[in-house]
Design a protein around this ligand. Structure first.
Ligand SMILES: [Zn+2]
Length: 144
């Protein structure tokens, strides 16, 4: 599926984007969520943008496979609410909404990128939950 994604302005030499499709269930543990408080599923379309000025010893900004392992391998065919290290039904900042999914993907990827000597940066995470609804998470300028 071809998607158009919002662009991030930056001055890095390299920009890489990784698409992932994730089949997963979730529920939003709050009365304001209406029918979304019931367990239901989505095929999430995720796009992760990573940028940097330098490549690693294998000529990669970051390995596409590693990005997939960090996100797709963890979440695909799971109930998102079950991941207690990512989500928490007592804290609205950690309910498995698209917003929190996007931010948590950012945090997970950036934590990994911070371990690399050439210090790539995750600039944007796009999460499409349905054909008509998506979220974009970008770190604030001071957090990059
Ligand atoms: Zn949903």
């Amino acid at each position: 599926m071809h998607q158009l994604y919002p662009q991030v302005m930056h001055n890095y030499r390299y920009e890489l984007n990784k698409d992932m499709h994730i089949a997963a269930a979730h529920f939003i543990p709050h009365e304001a969520a209406g029918s979304c408080a019931n367990v239901h599923g989505h095929t999430y379309i995720v796009n992760v943008t990573v940028a940097g000025d330098e490549l690693d010893e294998s000529g990669f900004l970051v390995n596409f496979q590693t990005l997939k392992q960090l996100v797709h391998r963890k979440l695909d065919h799971t109930l998102l609410n079950d991941h207690a290290d990512w989500f928490d039904s007592r804290d609205p900042n950690r309910f498995p909404t698209s917003e929190v999914v996007a931010r948590t993907i950012y945090e997970t990827i950036q934590r990994y990128l911070d371990t690399l000597p050439h210090k790539p940066k995750c600039l944007q995470v796009f999460v499409r939950e349905t054909p008509t609804s998506y979220v974009v998470y970008r770190p604030k300028a001071g957090e990059r």
